[in-house]
Design a protein around this ligand. Sequence first.
Ligand code: GCU
Length: 463
Amino acid sequence: MNPTRACTLFSLLTLPLSALAQNQDSTQRAAFQAAQAVIRQKSADDHKQMMQQLGITSLRPGPSGNPKAPNAANADESKATTYTSLPDPLILKNGKPVTSARQWWRQRRPEIVDDFDREVYGRMPHNLPAVAWKVVSETREMNGDMPVITKRLVGQVDNSSYSAVTLAIELILSTPAGASSPVPVMLNFGFRFPASFRPPAPPTSTTAPAEPTWQQQLLAKGWGYAILYPTSVQADNGAGLREGIIGLANKGQHRKSDDWGTLRAWAWGASRAIDYFESDKTVDAKRVGIEGLSRYGKAALVAMAYEPRFAIGFIGSSGAGGAKLHRRTFGEQTENVAGSGEYHWMAGNYIKYAGPLTPNDLPVDAHELVALCAPRPVFISAGSATVEGTWIDAKGMFLGGVHAGPVYRLLGKKDLGTSEFPPMETTLVDGDIAFRQHAGGHTTGPNWPTFLRFAERYMGHHR
Ligand code: GCU
């Protein structure tokens, strides 16, 4: 995706929904806005219900994402790292240092997982329903000059425990036609806009040849690609928390304060996609990577941290709730994520850190989420501060990678190689944690070639 197109996508995701609605005709716009208002109200009600459970009556408001607003989020690096409380991933709760890999796996890692489960992303219920995958269609088609086999799949979730919720997970898989053995696959969390919405056409150039898409870049390496639609697993709002997989598992009740949020639900969907890949002979399920952008970048990192079968992660502009340190006062803040528009991504307990507690009270921080991926390779991707903006906090995500380094080293792997935030477009791919800030906007697009160079070391060129 080129920077202008990427910028358009970011606008779609972050602009008020009324702006999004302008690309629809007036009847559709009215219906869309009415539906959005209902969702906002129901989300606010559920958020309030969770605050009551937590015994909280007020929260600190988050800063504005509009750089011109009087309460704009901080974009001044000198005010960003005032914290002194970053948890050490290699100090046990009893204060003793972790000195061996065995101790990491046996003691420290479970401690960190438990903190993330309880306070940040929520606990996934036991005994979740089975998913029956069905290939709905299988077609041979061309992607550029490469023939592929594309399967459209539906994962029917068993709802015999609570039939009020019906769920069908949507997945598309394309693999190179005629591959002689199972291929590596990158799984992308796919955005889906309202059916009636017509995205603006990307700018066309008559001189420059079209760049290969990320899918075509994968095919050129002999790999396949898949897209999972997260909103077919769980809606992207608080109004939907009593539906989707969270509502199905919960039989339509409100969440408890440590129940899972939407990021973990989306990650659960990605795990079910791996289950399918394990049954598909065209896919090498030991070489499946996960990629996502923004809210789906957060979900991709959560999936990578919790699902050991993911071999590699490409984490795009994940920001707050992703790879960016919660403790950094720069760009989006915990107070924003804890608000009624985003709290559903997290456990209810996370709201506490926007009042009465502060992000400094969190028992864990984002570097420990990256550390949960160790020893597997992770690529942290950001866009340029001028084109993408500072909301996502590129340096905060870089530091998430830096401070995961000691865990990678303990496990015999290589860290990022530096703790100095590098100039834009510097490629840091020599370690098992990689980072690059590209010159474009809110997209992983310009980082795909670099990611693939990094990934090839682990996944191989497939022919
Ligand atoms: C908002 C939100 C971010 C999120 C982004 C997106 O900007 O504040 O946390 O990453 O939307 O998903 O596009």
